[in-house]
Design a protein around this ligand. Sequence first.
Ligand SMILES: [Zn+2]
Length: 252
Amino acid sequence: MTPAGEQLCYSDAYARSVGATVRHVEAGDATLVVLDRTVFYPGGGGQPSDRGLLLRTADGRTWTVRGAKKAGGEIVHELEPSDGDPPAVGDDLRVDLDWARRLALMRTHTALHALCGVVWRDYGALVTGGNMEPGSGRMDFEFETMSGDLVGAIEATVNDELAKSREVRVNVLPRDEAFAIPDLIRTKVNLLPPGIEEIRTIEIVGLDLQADGGTHVANTSEVGQIRVTGYESKGRINKRIRIELVDPVVET
Ligand SMILES: [Zn+2]
């Protein structure tokens, strides 16, 4: 089996474009394309996959990438079916993200981690799940004492933390080392399969540390401010908080 193509999203979240060669093309409802390297995030951990464009160097022909996914260790690009004949194996391409969308997802994802960090630090509540779109997201907590009255205080505290310009670091640790860090795997259900030997972590320095595969901004100052847009009680214990970015679009 050939090794997987280079997956830049995990090491450099700010890489928005890269040159690549087509390694595999599979016809179907949507044509699937595997490259020797890519900047696309394949989705996961509540963060949707990227969208963007492939541009063939030889003739400038372009294809819209409507989404991506992980399959067999590779990041697979799904082409828009109406774009006609796919590129061929061996074609040289430029791979471009829809950067405005990705950056909004990075800011939203980091905002959600800041929310998790505050809720854990100040209330000891575990995260049970989450989801996001560019500019908005939700997190579910096991938070019995949570009430609508607390929401304003949580919003203010999260915004204070974001305004502290905290650095956001990506680390990859051996599994044993990662599991020895107290509170690292803070989701109620540990979804990491036993076969995984390295754990990628996202640290908002001084606030939050989680196992996470997503893309994040490098500093909380890039998030700006958030507002809490909803609070729902999903039962006695399970509570949901919805947030959005105050400025969903920033200059890039
Ligand atoms: Zn995350």
